[in-house]
Design a protein around this ligand. Structure first.
Ligand SMILES: Cc1ncc(COP(=O)(O)O)c(C=O)c1O
Length: 364
C-alpha cells in the first residue's frame, strides 16, 4: 500500500480500523446443493413465481459491480454500491467521524443530507456559506480549506453540479483542495447530476487522490430513483473499509437486476439521448423564464433543475400549485428567501410551468 493510501486509511475512526464487520452466511463461499446456512424459507413465496426472492442476495452483485466500474471507467475494487448515494453519505460520516469530536463541513445552501447524517452521528457541523459572485453562487475553496484546517473537520462535502444552484467546481481546484487536506480530512465530491453538465466527471480527470471520494448515482440521469443504486468511488482501501461498515446484503436483488438492465449498451444509448433532451429543455426553460415578468433571476445550471428567484415567490408558488405544478420550495435555505427550484421535466411539463407563471401577468 502506498503512503497516500495509508494516510487516507489513517483518517478512519481509530476504533474501526480493525473492524471486520458482519460476516453473513453469503460470505461463506462453500459449494453445496442444499443451502441450509442462512435460515431462509424452504419454499418460495406464493407470489414469487420465478423463485428469485427466497434467498438473500450475494454480498455484492459481481455483474453489477463490473458494469458500474466499466460505466465510470474505474477498477471494480474502487467502487462501493449502496442504497442510493444517500447510504454512501451516511456510511462515510459514520466511518470517519467520532461522535462529538470530528466535524463535517458543508457549504450552504446545499443538499441537506450531509447535515442530516452529521446530526445523526453527532458530528459537529461546520458551515462555509457559498459566496455570490456576479449573481451566481460559488464555493469559497480557500475558506473551506482554512476552516477545515482550523476546526477539527474530518469530512468535507462538496457538490458539483451543486444542488440547489447548479454551479460547477473545476477539477484542478478540487485536486488542489484534496492535496491540501491530505492527512487531515476526506473530501467527498457529490456528482449526482454530473451527466447533465458540460464538463467531465472528476473520474475522467486522472487518478483520484486517496482522500477524495466521488459519489455517483443511477437516480437522476439514469432514471432509476426507485431502484436506490448509488456509488462511492475512491481508494480501494477506503472503499473496503466503508464496505465493512455497511449492512449485510445491501443490494436488493430486484434493484440489482434493474440496474444491470439499465447499463446494457442499447439502454445507455437511450439514456444519453434523454440527457441531451433534458439539457436542451434546460436551455429553453431558462431562456423563457428569464423573459417572464416577475422572474428576477435564473441561476446558470449544469444540472437537471433551475434555481429561480422571483419578485414575489409566494405568488409564483401559488400560481404553479393552482396549475398542478409541484416545485421545490427552497425559501427556508439560507439566502434563498425568494427562490424556487424547478426540475426540468418533459416539454409539456415545462410549458405548464411557463403558462402558469405567465398567466399571473396576464391576470394582473
Ligand atoms: C446532490 C445530491 N446528492 C445525492 C442525492 C441522493 O441521491 P440517491 O438517490 O442516489 O440517494 C441527491 C438527491 O436528490 C442529491 O441532490
Amino acid at each position: 500500500m502506498n503512503d497516500a493510501a495509508t494516510d487516507a486509511l489513517a483518517l478512519l475512526r481509530e476504533d474501526l480500523r480493525d473492524f471486520a464487520g458482519y460476516r453473513s452466511a453469503r460470505c461463506e463461499r462453500a459449494a453445496g446443493s442444499a443451502w441450509l446456512n442462512a435460515n431462509e424459507a424452504a419454499h418460495a413465496n406464493a407470489s414469487d413465481a420465478e423463485g428469485r426472492l427466497r434467498r438473500y442476495p450475494p454480498r455484492e452483485s459481481e455483474a453489477l459491480q463490473s458494469a458500474l466500474a466499466a460505466l465510470y471507467g474505474i477498477p471494480p475494487a474502487h467502487l462501493l454500491i449502496g442504497r442510493g448515494s444517500d447510504e454512501a453519505i451516511d456510511l462515510i460520516v459514520r466511518a470517519f467521524c467520532r461522535p462529538g469530536l470530528d466535524a463535517v463541513l458543508v457549504t450552504p445552501p446545499v443538499f441537506g443530507m450531509y447535515a442530516v447524517c452529521a446530526r445523526l452521528q453527532r458530528a459537529p457541523l461546520v458551515e462555509v456559506p457559498l459566496r455570490e459572485h456576479a449573481g451566481e453562487f460559488e464555493v469559497d475553496l480557500d475558506h473551506v480549506a482554512a476552516c477545515a484546517e482550523r476546526e477539527r473537520v474530518r469530512v468535507v462535502f462538496l457538490c458539483s453540479p451543486g444542488n440547489p444552484a447548479g454551479g460547477m467546481l473545476a477539477a484542478a481546484d478540487l485536486r488542489a483542495l484534496a492535496r491540501r487536506l491530505a492527512r487531515r480530512a476526506m473530501l467527498v465530491l457529490d456528482e449526482a447530476y454530473i451527466e447533465y453538465a458540460d464538463s467531465a466527471s472528476m473520474l475522467e480527470c486522472g487518478a483520484l487522490e486517496s482522500n477524495l471520494l466521488v459519489l455517483r448515482t443511477l437516480s437522476k440521469a439514469h432514471a432509476l430513483a426507485a431502484a436506490r443504486i448509488g456509488c462511492a468511488i475512491g481508494d480501494p482501501g477506503v472503499i473496503a473499509a466503508l464496505r465493512r461498515c455497511q449492512a449485510p446484503y445491501p443490494l436488493p436483488e430486484p434493484s440489482a437486476r434493474c440496474a444491470l438492465a439499465a447499463l446494457a449498451p442499447a439502454v445507455l444509448t437511450a439514456t444519453r439521448r434523454r440527457i441531451a433532451e433534458t439539457r436542451a429543455e434546460r436551455t429553453r426553460l431558462a431562456r423563457e423564464l428569464a423573459r417572464t415578468p416577475g422572474v428576477r433571476h435564473v441561476h446558470a445550471s449544469q444540472a437537471n433543475f433551475l434555481l429561480v428567484r422571483f419578485d414575489d415567490a409566494d405568488a409564483a408558488l401559488a400560481r404553479l400549485l393552482a396549475a398542478g405544478v409541484v416545485v421545490r420550495d427552497v425559501r427556508a435555505m439560507p439566502r434563498l428567501g425568494d427562490a424556487v427550484r424547478i426540475t426540468i421535466g418533459t416539454p409539456v411539463e415545462n410549458d405548464a410551468v411557463l403558462d402558469a407563471l405567465r398567466a399571473r401577468t396576464e391576470a394582473a
